[in-house]
Design a protein around this ligand. Structure first.
Ligand SMILES: [Zn+2]
Length: 70
C-alpha cells in the first residue's frame, strides 16, 4: 500500500507535522509551522519527505529497486 501521509520533523526546532504527499510531484520546500524555518531537501534527496519525513515519497515507494530518492 502506498502511504501518502508522512510526518515531517523540523531539524531546527523538532516540530512535527503530518503532511499529505503529492503523488505526481516532488515537494522541495516545506515551511515549519513551529519556528518558520523553510525546510529544503538535502543534497541527494529528491524532496523534503525523503530528507525529513517518516515515509519516503510516493515515487520512491512505487519503485522498490530505486535508491532512496526519486
Ligand atoms: Zn521548526
Amino acid at each position: 500500500m502506498m502511504q501518502l501521509e508522512s510526518t515531517l520533523t523540523c531539524p531546527s526546532c523538532g516540530h512535527q507535522s503530518v503532511e499529505t504527499m503529492p503523488t505526481d510531484a516532488c515537494q522541495f520546500f516545506h515551511d515549519c509551522k513551529g519556528c518558520g524555518t523553510q525546510l529544503k531537501s538535502l543534497a541527494g534527496d529528491c524532496c523534503v519527505f525523503c530528507s525529513y519525513g517518516s515515509v519516503p515519497c510516493p515515487p520512491v515507494q512505487s519503485s522498490p529497486t530505486a535508491a532512496w530518492g526519486c
